[in-house]
Design a binder for this molecule. Structure first.
Ligand SMILES: Nc1ncnc2c1ncn2[C@@H]1O[C@H](COP(=O)(O)OP(=O)(O)OP(=O)(O)O)[C@@H](O)[C@H]1O
Ligand SMILES: [Mg+2]
Length: 233
């Protein structure tokens, strides 16, 4: 028997606008993500990739269909339980880094750990370990304004990984970065798959990400039009 899926979606629909302005963005997406796999989601601009990521991760409620993450039907949870579920199990990495200007790299990690109830010495150790994993030990006390783009994205990755999440969602994590930093970021996501058994769903236009992915799901006009697996070296 195959292992329980990390995420499944059945018949996901989402539209924006009313009346004649109504546009269907997701048109019945059925997807099953296997645990410990790195899935890349590709497709033209406006095809619905970010909307799909948001629906799978509990950020945007679909109009119809179901999302089950780690066995939990996420859209039947009330909002505070869904928030809790996201905090405990999901890590996010976005194109724009989404860092707080007042916080140092290390404080970003301590904040998340604090939300999770991890404080004091244990939190400090975990934060330092996560910073070391992304090679940012020397930048631990810098705020975003003094970090390079690649360093900022590594803070965002450390913030996602410090929770040891089972599911990681990344939306265009490399598009603001140069070649070397882009590759570094994807390699770090890949490492989370290998070391932590995380399941990664990564939306990207970036062909450099493809060699790191076990599977490529292509979306066009709100539908999955291709789904292929390959072996990662
Ligand atoms: N809140 C919203 N209100 C109205 N339309 C929206 C909203 N969010 C997204 N859309 C529209 O839905 C469509 C799909 O958006 P989405 O962000 O999912 O595309 P995408 O595939 O991620 O594109 P890109 O590659 O450019 O990031 C776009 O045409 C967008 O304008
Ligand atoms: Mg997008």
């Amino acid at each position: 028997m195959s292992p329980a899926p990390a995420i499944t979606s059945e018949g996901l629909h989402k539209a924006y606008g009313q009346g004649p302005a109504r546009r269907e963005i997701l048109r019945g997406i059925n997807l099953r993500l296997e645990p410990g796999e790195f899935t890349l989601c590709s497709g033209p601009s406006g095809s619905g990739k970010s909307t799909l990521l948001s629906a799978l991760s509990g950020l945007i409620q679909p109009e119809a269909g179901r999302v089950t993450a780690l066995g939990q039907d996420i859209w039947t949870l009330d909002e505070s339980r869904r928030e809790r579920f996201r905090l405990e199990h999901l890590g996010f990495v976005f194109q724009g880094f989404n860092l707080f200007s007042a916080l140092t790299a290390r404080e970003h990690l301590l904040l998340i750990l604090g939300y999770m109830g991890v404080r004091g010495k244990e939190a400090g150790l975990r934060a330092d370990q996560a910073l070391a994993e992304v090679d940012l030990t020397s930048c631990a006390h810098q705020r975003p304004a003094t970090l390079s783009g690649g360093e900022k994205q590594r803070v965002a990755i450390a913030r996602a990984l410090v929770k040891r999440p089972r599911l990681i969602f990344a939306d265009e994590p490399t598009s603001a970065l140069d070649r070397r930093n882009g590759e570094l970021v994807v390699a770090l996501l890949r490492r989370a798959v290998i070391r932590q058994g995380a399941t990664v769903f990564c939306v990207t236009h970036d062909p450099r990400v493809t060699p790191f992915a076990d599977r490529v799901v292509a979306v066009e006009d709100g539908r999955i039009v291709n789904d292929s697996r390959h072996t990662v070296n």
